[in-house]
Write a protein that binds this ligand. Structure first.
Ligand code: FDA
Length: 395
């Protein structure tokens, strides 16, 4: 069989690229080894798919080459995808400012993409293994479990390594290396942290409790909720900072962002000296956490526990614990639960306009397989759509 374009990967980027190329009159085949298209879309956003973020700018992405994403993101903006969603009558809600989710189900986004592919004349072939990709004259040849396919161009949209049970594989990295393209070291991103004891047990005791915090690491700072889990720390704040964190580093967590604990405690001691420290904590934190804090940091010198008994040094110590809580994760939950892959195909080898390999234009890479990773909040899908359109419209 011969096609103008063969896209490997029926995920967000692959389907978007395929339908764009199809509408441009190309004969397009999408192949995927999974039994369903868009599995990650289906599981995204808790089944509601946070399909874009209206505030998307390049600063929401991490890459060894931070300017690589600018061109595609500028040309295909969140409003373009919203327009597509509206055209298909998919209802959506803005949960947190800028973050758009399906009102009903992520299935509607997959249905939208597959419908557009059908209208654009794209063939989608699932349950197909790709055994080899080779250069063939000016084009490419693929050897698949259902036979040989010749193509003017091959687009690798096989995603990253997260959630192997959903079909993730290192296919794209292997193809890149086969053609002499560097692959930046990969690691899980947007992933919960694990802790070792005693913090693991302490977190487990608070499992399910969530509170707003500000977390910092490696010059990055996020103000979002933290969630205690049975194995450590999760919630948007932890997922976000996990992409900046390196093994062995500590996180600094401000449990009362926007409040100077030392100043507030000094004021409280002056104005209400008989008030207990426990009461002060109980006014600011959920009861379970306030009690846990007192257990983690017992104050042997406070017989009655009143603020009047607290020395400046004691108040300073509490200020550090609450405004600059230092915690060193044991690790992360890894690929099993990570939402994205940091690192990937080196963008220096790729054109930021067309996504073709500069040294081999009949081969292209788009989406998460590239060394471009978005923050939490719909940015990763926006990258998938934008890179898919940039590639599909220029192929
Ligand atoms: P994607 O992974 O979507 O698709 C790759 C395709 O290639 C898959 O269909 C796979 O089966 C196929 N494939 C892989 N290896 C192959 C091989 N060897 N042969 C053939 N086919 C192969 N982002 C966001 O913006 N908002 C959100 O709400 C969420 N939520 C979310 C939740 C969870 C649990 C996860 C794991 C991830 C998210 N994400 C997200 C991230 C988002 O899902 C991700 O960035 C995009 O799906 C990436 O799109 P791609 O098309 O690049 O890869």
């Amino acid at each position: 069989m011969t096609y103008d374009v063969v896209v490997v990967g029926a995920g967000a980027a692959g389907l978007m690229c395929a339908l764009t190329a199809g509408y441009a009159g190309r004969r397009v085949l999408v192949v995927d080894h999974a039994n369903k298209a868009g599995k990650k879309i289906l599981m995204s956003g808790g089944g509601r798919c946070n399909f874009t973020n209206l505030a998307t700018t390049p600063k929401h992405f991490t890459s060894a080459n931070p300017s690589f994403c600018i061109s595609a993101l500028k040309r295909y903006r969140p409003e373009h995808f919203v327009e597509l969603v509206e055209r298909h009558g998919v209802e959506y809600v803005e949960k947190t400012p800028g973050q758009l989710f399906c009102a009903t189900s992520a299935k509607e986004i997959v249905a939208l993409l597959l419908t557009e592919c059908e209208w654009a004349g794209v063939t989608v072939q699932l349950k197909t293994r790709i055994d080899r990709v080779e250069r063939q004259g000016e084009g490419m040849r693929l050897v698949t479990s259902s036979g040989k396919v010749e193509a003017g161009a091959v687009v690798v949209a096989s995603g990253g390594l997260s959630i192997p049970s959903m079909g993730a594989s290192g296919f794209g990295y292997d193809i890149a290396r086969q053609f002499g393209i560097e692959v930046m070291p990969t690691r899980p991103g947007l992933v919960p942290f694990t802790l070792s004891d005693p913090w693991k047990t302490r977190a487990a005791e608070l499992s399910g409790l969530s509170l707003p915090v500000a977390v910092s690491c490696q010059g990055k700072r996020f103000e979002e909720p933290l969630l205690f889990t049975h194995r450590g720390l999760s919630g948007p704040a932890m997922l976000q900072i996990s992409s900046a964190w390196q093994p062995g580093e500590s996180l600094e967590i401000d449990l009362l962002p926007g409040e100077s604990v030392f100043e507030q405690l000094c004021l409280a001691r002056r104005e209400t000296p008989k008030r207990q420290l426990a009461t002060w904590l109980g006014e600011r934190f959920p009861k379970r956490l306030a009690q846990a804090l007192l257990g983690w940091y017992p104050e042997p010198n406070l017989a009655g526990g009143t603020l009047a008994e607290c020395s400046n040094a004691t108040l300073q110590a509490w200020a550090e614990r609450l405004n600059q809580w230092q915690i060193k994760p044991a690790g992360t939950e890894g690929w099993r639960t990570a939402e994205v892959t940091l690192g990937g195909v080196d963008t220096d080898a790729i054109s930021s306009r067309t996504f073709e390999v500069k040294a081999l234009p009949q081969l292209r890479f788009i989406g998460e397989v590239l060394d471009v990773t978005g923050e939490l909040g719909g940015y990763n899908f926006q990258w998938a759509w934008a890179s898919g359109v940039a590639c599909g419209s220029s192929i």
